[in-house]
Design a protein around this ligand. Structure first.
Ligand code: PLP
Length: 436
């Protein structure tokens, strides 16, 4: 990572998301979140960690426990089959959200679980000696550690794969040139993130297509969309990747549910990473035969997180009722609003991201710090005033905590200009104490 002079780059910034939104319709959306409505005095600016839940999602979870609390697809009674139908309706709902097919979707326990499954269900069975997996060490741990873990697993069986690193450009987006230079005929998979959890910039369909064009024909791309799902369109056609992973709890659904989408062209290369009840396998003469007609058949087993699946369907319906484009426009507007307030604070030092890049859109994430005060101390001061922001290592595996110790603000649809004004006022208060 190259260190940059903030001042210089501030002048270069052409961050121009839309400057008007339908503020009134968003204030009615805010009212649908009980935790926001009830916690008057609290400002929740940690939406990249998890989102608050709208009433309809809470109601969906409650209705599971009050009306449908049976296991799905196990018994002859009707409620069990009805619940099974709900699971499949949710699968179809997710397929609609990402413009995919239900047969290509498996439920997991979250993005971390999905990303581990890519390594274990595909990597373990398809990587050979000297094959290379490319990834960026500045990405979230959940996107990179599964590959390092897989390398250790394969070592046990005498196979040695290479993990090849590519950097993030100082602007906050992957360094395309460096990626292209590192591609070799042995590159088998490139792991990337759609929107970075600290820098907040998007590696979009065009960027992906350019990288794809440089890769050997059978090289796969795994995309972590944890920070983009619920913020912008995630379209399996436009993204042209092979694996897509995300969590429900970052898109208004409950904890403990995630999604893995796999390109049907490579389904036959996958094997179960764990197995048990409801796995679509049969044992014939001691051999395991896998039914690969759906991804769920290969990857799902045991009792699924049914209440969370219920909540996921409701969360997608909630997003659809607002419209993804409207969410994107509103959050982009708030990002700009925040950025304009922050950039005039003299001692601010921005992390790569909207400050440094010639970006037209913001996805709610801005990270920064101040000289003379640790970000964790600042986060604690803010907490005393009811503002919740993230500080610390931001789950980046290779960062020394001091280096990565930025304050990260991450916004979503229920945040407001008033909250941002108050937040900036609190920041300035704390900074003014330094002058005393
Ligand atoms: C980019 C990214 N990937 C993966 C994850 C892991 O998500 P989860 O903890 O829900 O599995 C996160 C969580 O913050 C993230 O931001």
């Amino acid at each position: 990572m190259v260190n940059v002079n903030n001042q210089l780059l501030k002048n270069e910034c052409v961050f121009t998301p839309p400057s008007s939104v339908h503020a009134s319709s968003f204030s009615s959306i805010r009212k649908q979140f009980p935790a926001i409505k009830e916690n008057t005095g609290t400002i929740f600016f940690d939406n990249a960690a998890t989102t608050q839940k709208p009433q309809q999602v809470i109601d969906a979870m409650n209705s599971f426990y009050m009306q449908y609390c049976v296991n799905a697809n196990r018994a002859a009674y009707s409620l069990s089959s009805k619940l099974h139908q709900q699971v499949e309706i949710t699968r179809a709902t997710i397929a609609r959200l990402i413009n995919g097919e239900a047969t290509d979707i498996a439920f997991t326990s979250g993005a971390t679980d999905s990303l581990n499954l890519v390594a274990l269900a595909w990597g373990l069975h398809n990587l050979n000696d000297r094959d290379e997996v490319m990834l960026c060490l500045e990405d979230h741990q959940s996107a990179i550690l599964p590959w390092i873990n897989l390398k250790l697993h394969l070592n046990l069986f005498g196979k040695h794969i290479e993990i090849v690193h590519f950097p993030i450009h100082y602007s906050g987006i992957y360094d395309r040139k460096s990626i292209c230079e590192k591609i070799t005929p042995r590159t088998r998979l490139v792991a990337m993130t759609h929107i970075h959890n600290l820098y907040g910039l998007e590696w979009d369909g065009k960027d992906l297509a350019e990288i794809r064009a440089q890769l050997p024909d059978d090289t796969l791309i795994s995309l972590d969309v944890s920070q983009s799902i619920g913020h912008t369109v995630v379209d399996t056609d436009q993204l042209a990747v092979d694996f897509i992973s995300f969590s429900g709890h970052k898109m208004f659904a409950a904890n403990g549910i995630g999604v893995l989408w796999v390109n049907p062209k490579i389904r036959e290369k996958l094997y179960p990473a764990r197995i048990g009840s409801k796995s679509s396998v049969t044992i014939v003469d001691g051999e395991m035969k896998i039914d690969r007609s759906t991804l769920a058949g290969i990857l799902e087993c045991g009792t699924l997180n049914l209440p969370a699946i219920y909540s996921l369907k409701s969360a997608v319906e909630f997003i659809e009722s607002i419209g993804m484009k409207n969410i994107e426009t509103h959050v982009s507007y708030l990002t700009r609003f925040l950025y304009e307030k922050l950039r005039v604070i003299p001692t601010i030092e921005f992390a790569p991201g909207v400050n440094n890049y010639n970006c037209a859109k913001g996805f709610g994430i801005i990270s920064f710090r101040f000289s003379g005060i640790s970000s964790s101390d600042m986060a604690q001061y803010l907490d005393q005033r009811g503002v919740q922001v993230r500080s610390g290592d931001h789950c980046l595996a290779t960062k020394h905590s001091e280096e990565a110790d930025y304050i990260r603000v991450s916004l979503h649809i229920y945040n407001t200009e008033e909250e941002i004004d108050l937040f900036v006022k609190f920041l300035e208060q704390v900074l003014s104490w330094q002058d005393l």
